[in-house]
Design a protein around this ligand. Sequence first.
Ligand code: ZN
Length: 246
Amino acid sequence: MRYLIVSDLHANLEALQAVLARSAGAFDRALCCGDLVGYGADPNPVCDWVRLNCAVVVRGNHDRASTGQDDLEWFNPVARNAAIWTQQDLSPENTAYITGLPRGPVTVEAFQIFHGSPFDEDEYVIGAGEADQAFGYLETPVAFFGHTHVQGGFIWNHSRVETILRPPARSDSRSMRIDPDCAYMINPGSTGQPRDGDPRAAYAIYHTEAKEVTYHRVTYDVASAQRKIRAAGLPPILADRLSAGR
Ligand code: ZN
């Protein structure tokens, strides 16, 4: 089975469309590690695509916040503003869909997906120390997660934690063989709001028979996504940061 794995779409339709154009024909099932909405100006079209096309989806913190399931006091003012805007924009159908999304981890075949970490959906697994702790909670040797908006992730290699490199700026993909003696926490990166210094939309393909994960980056119409964010009256920083990938 070939899985398309996306995370942190954040209502960025242009980025999602670029990912789908590039990955067309390259996957059998699509999965999403959460944060469908929040920040971007197209929550309904992005949610429609996920609802119709993703076989398994876990919720993210912005999904809870944008459907009234969370106390917004935990959010910074920009994220809170975007969550309130999204609550008002989402159709009743999409609000109901997002409200019903499960908390991760969810097991798919022989791997897991979750938003933040296997023991706390809101935990940021940023460095090797956090990953070391998280690996202790994995129930499968391979897992996919998001939340940090940083493509890559971590390998547990005979008690040592190694950081996985994302594709370099001059390349649009990087493949990695899955070693049966290791464990993997794989971050496909953020499709809709990358924060790893590369503004290109991120995703990953997991080919289970070939035991291979390929990280991808694809350019998209950033200017169009930015125009819509500004026109919607969302905080301008949410448009600005897309060009920097920060
Ligand atoms: Zn996110």
